[in-house]
Structure formats: structure tokens, C-alpha cells
Write a protein that binds this ligand. Structure first.
Ligand code: F6P
Length: 405
């Protein structure tokens, strides 16, 4: 008999808890697995030996269903970068002590490309020190920027929310007779996947977003103003989707960075709003979707949530098959009908890497998204969740704050 550990890391999504349920449920089925520990605040919980016995928290099928409709990370998260073990072994010793003390034979880390760096380093360390502890990565990120996998858990739900919100903003912005520009800032760091996914509205005959700017295309303020003027000559209300990660002058963003050296991005929408006001002079508004786009589980994609659970479960099978240092990935078999299979890939090929929008998804002017991209995006946002409500509001599963402290 062995125990297992699971942790959640990086920026929240609507689907990370579904992957936790996948790991949990699959482990319950397995006679060789006894306790299932949840590490509080990602790898930090293992370093500090702060673990929760999940079987005493998640008691019923209803709990698991609630967890699947609960956004963010029920166990908390972190942005912790492990040093190279050849340079600083101290933290690896602490991790090993916790895992050995709790008889953990497999560790599942649900996270993005930075967290896969932890999967890679830890699995290498255990191999080199002869410890038989399997380390498996379960992907997640609204940024959709992980290599090898067709897409990442959490992306479909974020895309569904962003596109729906954009559609609603479009209805709102059209009401007055005066011309207007509405700029919507979308997350995604250096990759434009989430911003580009707003183009799904074109599949339902919407002309908005009229302009879409992604970090994969070098941003030019002159071209932006030319594009906006051109669209204003055709449409009364111009809707612009802009990625938080496009290059802007120093000072627009705070300049703060996280442990992986990533800048905290925010403020491009406001900056462009001021530019339009000063240079064009029409009614202009900017909307930063901010964290709503990664925690709005009331608009979650059923496809995304179900896939996230499945990929968590597949991670457990992968470890039980004796594999380590692997990240679970989706391989798309077809767009229509939409089919994917789940496979695994070397964590070293995914850690710290970014996958960008392919050129064929971006129009030749570099200010919108091609119809070819819609075949990729549309299947990921299909299906709705049958939400459990409480007092008219979606019910969430929570672990008491005192347990997580
Ligand atoms: O990890 C994905 C992400 O949501 C990015 O889209 C965003 O730039 C970043 O996280 C924000 O980081 P934080 O959660 O630390 O504010």
C-alpha cells in the first residue's frame, strides 16, 4: 500500500478542482492507494509538511460534483520556483522528508508551464537519488500556452466566459447614436490564445470583435489608430479585444515580477483608452476582464470540466504504470466530431516553454483572427454545467480557512 499527494499551482482556472477530483476519484478505485494527501499552497505545502487528508474532506459524490463547479484552487496555490538541486539541495531534502514520512509513492502536480518545471526537477532528483516516488504533471492554464498538448484544462471555460462577455458588451455598446470604441483587455501573458478565442463570435454572425491584437504580432500604435479610425467609418460601436501581453511603453505596467520573472501584466486597455480619447476624441471605454475570466465558473465549459477530470484520472493511471517525469497531454483526433485522446509527454519538453498562436490563425493585417482558428476554438467551449445553486447563487465547495492556514 502507498499514499499519494496532489497539489495545485500557478494562476487559478475554473477547471483545476475538476482535475483534483479526477486524481481523487481514480485513486479511490485503486486498492494499492491508501491515503490521498492534498498539499496546501502547491509545493510549499510539501516543503512545510502542510498536508490535508482529502478523504476526510471530500466525503461524498455530491462533494466531488460541487468541487467540479468551484473555481480556483481549493488547496491554495503558489508561484514557487525550485532551485537546481545540484546547486541547492536543502529544499529537496525537506520535500523528501515529507514524502517519506507520509509514505507517498506518487505526487501529482496540477499546474502550468512553470509548475511543470517543478515536475521535471523533482522527478530528476528522485531518479538521481534512487527514490521510487513518481511525479506526474496535470496541465492547467487559461493561457493555453503549454507545448505538446492540443489545449490546456481551464482554457475552454475562460474562452467561453470571455466570448460571452464580449458578446454582451457588444449589445450594450450599440445603444447610443454617437460613435464609440470599447477596448476589452484579456489575460494570457505572452500568448494570444485567449484573446484570439473571442473570434468565435464571428461564427455566429457577429462583426465584433472588429479588431483583435495579440502578442504574437508586434504592436504599433500608429497602425492601431489607423485600424480604429477605419472601423469607426464602418461601425458605430467598435469593439477591440487586446491581449494584456502586447508590447507597450515602459510605465504602462507596474514593473513587478513573480518568482519566475514574469511581469504582472495589467493596464494596456486603460492606456489604449487614453490614446483613443486623445487622438480620436470619441466616446471610449476600456474593460479589464481581470480575474473574472479565470474564476467565472457559472459559465464554465462542460467539455473543459469533463476533460479536466479525465486528464487528472489519466495521470493516476500513468503513475501506476510506473511512469515519472511525465505531463499528461491532449491529442486532438478531429475537430468535427470533436475527439481527443490523452497521452503523456516528457516534462522537460514542457517546463518553462511557451506555445504561441500559429501564423495561420492570424490575419494578414495582424489585427484579427482567421476563420480557420474557429474550428480549433469552438469545440473547447461547448456544453454547460448543470450548476447546484444556493440562494440563487452557484454553490461552491470549500475547505475551512483554519485548515488551510
Ligand atoms: O497563470 C495565468 C495567468 O492568469 C495569466 O493569464 C496572468 O497574466 C497571470 O496568471 C496573473 O498572475 P497572478 O495570478 O499572479 O496575478
Amino acid at each position: 500500500m502507498m499514499n499519494i499527494a496532489v497539489a495545485q499551482s500557478g494562476g487559478p482556472t475554473c477547471a483545476i478542482n475538476a482535475s483534483l477530483v479526477g486524481v481523487f476519484k481514480e485513486s479511490l478505485k485503486e486498492a494499492s492507494i491508501d491515503a490521498i494527501f492534498g498539499s496546501v499552497n502547491g509545493i510549499e505545502g510539501i516543503i512545510q509538511n502542510h498536508m490535508i487528508n482529502l478523504k476526510s474532506m471530500i466525503l461524498t459524490n455530491d462533494d466531488m460534483e460541487l468541487l467540479k463547479q468551484t473555481p480556483s484552487t481549493v488547496l491554495g496555490s503558489c508561484r514557487y520556483k525550485l532551485p537546481d538541486w545540484q546547486e541547492d539541495e536543502e529544499v529537496y531534502r525537506k520535500i523528501t522528508d515529507t514524502l517519506k514520512q507520509r509514505n507517498i509513492g506518487a505526487f501529482f502536480y496540477i499546474g502550468g508551464n512553470d509548475s511543470m518545471d517543478t515536475v521535471n526537477k523533482l522527478s530528476e532528483y528522485f531518479k538521481n537519488t534512487g527514490l521510487d516516488i513518481k511525479v506526474i504533471g496535470i496541465p492547467k492554464t487559461i493561457d493555453n500556452d503549454l507545448c505538446i498538448t492540443d489545449h490546456t484544462p481551464g482554457f475552454g471555460s475562460a474562452a467561453k466566459y470571455v466570448a460571452t462577455t464580449m458578446k454582451e458588451i457588444t449589445r450594450d455598446s450599440i445603444v447610443y447614436s454617437i460613435p464609440s470604441v470599447t477596448i476589452v483587455e484579456v489575460m494570457g501573458r505572452h500568448a494570444g490564445w485567449l484573446t484570439a478565442s473571442t473570434a468565435v463570435l464571428h461564427a455566429m454572425g457577429e462583426t465584433a470583435p472588429h479588431l483583435i491584437y495579440v502578442p504574437e504580432v508586434k504592436f504599433s500604435l500608429d497602425n492601431f489608430l489607423r485600424d480604429v479610425r477605419q472601423e469607426l467609418s464602418k461601425h458605430k460601436a467598435v469593439i477591440v479585444a487586446v491581449s494584456e501581453g502586447i508590447e507597450v511603453p515602459d510605465g504602462v505596467q507596474s514593473g513587478l515580477v513573480d518568482n519566475f520573472g514574469h511581469k504582472y501584466l495589467s493596464g494596456i486597455g486603460k492606456y489604449l483608452e487614453d490614446v483613443v480619447r486623445n487622438e480620436i476624441g470619441c466616446k471610449v471605454r476600456s474593460i479589464e476582464l481581470n480575474v473574472m475570466q479565470r474564476c467565472s465558473s457559472h459559465l464554465g465549459s462542460r467539455t473543459d470540466i469533463e476533460e479536466s477530470e479525465s486528464i487528472g484520472a489519466a495521470g493516476v493511471r500513468c503513475a501506476l504504470n510506473g511512469q515519472t517525469g511525465r505531463v499528461m497531454v491532449f491529442r486532438r483526433i478531429s475537430d468535427m466530431p470533436y475527439t481527443v485522446s490523452i497521452d503523456s509527454a516528457d516534462a522537460g519538453k514542457i517546463a518553462n516553454q511557451e506555445k504561441f498562436l500559429p501564423k495561420k490563425f492570424i490575419n494578414s493585417a495582424g489585427n484579427n483572427i482567421t476563420d480557420q482558428a474557429l474550428e480549433y476554438f469552438l469545440p473547447l467551449i461547448q456544453g454547460e454545467l448543470n450548476l447546484v445553486m444556493e440562494h440563487g447563487i452557484p454553490k461552491h465547495f470549500a475547505i475551512h480557512e483554519s485548515v488551510l492556514k
